[in-house]
Design a protein around this ligand. Sequence first.
Ligand SMILES: O=C(O)CCC(=O)C(=O)O
Ligand SMILES: [Fe+2]
Length: 195
Amino acid sequence: MEQLALFPEAGRSKGLPAQLLDYIPNFIKPENADKLLRFFIEDIPWKQTKQKLWDKEYLTPRLTCWYGETERIAGALPWTPELQQIREMVEPLAGIKFNSVLINYYRDGNDSVAWHSDKESIMGSQPTIASVSFGQVRNFDIRNKNNHQEHYSVKLEHGSLLLMKAGLQEYWEHRVAKSARTMKARVNLTFRLVI
Ligand SMILES: O=C(O)CCC(=O)C(=O)O
Ligand SMILES: [Fe+2]
């Protein structure tokens, strides 16, 4: 499965490629971000789904929940006022309208998301994704699909916004690795346009 070890230089990125990503710390004020984190952890009906790997089923190593108005995501819940408000804040910066959000809950350092890119056919091959983070700072690693030596890492802070621009999913993949260090809870909202 996933490896615990990070790149030796994780967190010491030479600089993120601006054509692929925008990182905005303090996108949400700390006191609001604190309240939202508590609300998300307590009020979202989290699920742990299963994923298949080499014909074996594993529990996904984090909790998730979908919200949105789209019919294409089975079981997506209706927008809450909090999510609606954050959606309205991110849309002008992303330059598109989102119709869904996948929320991830990393309970501790053992929770993670493995290397992947988000280019399911339901989003087209060049989706823009707006990612808002709450709680524990985690490393977001990015690597070139054709050259794994070309990689970056950014620390996603409490209340920050990371814009993954069109093009990122095509040639790059990303992950949030497990950490052997003690980690508190982190919640991450990924706003998407499902077509
Ligand atoms: O937790 C994150 O920052 C990334 C989550 C992610 O890559 C995804 O939901 O597709
Ligand atoms: Fe992703």
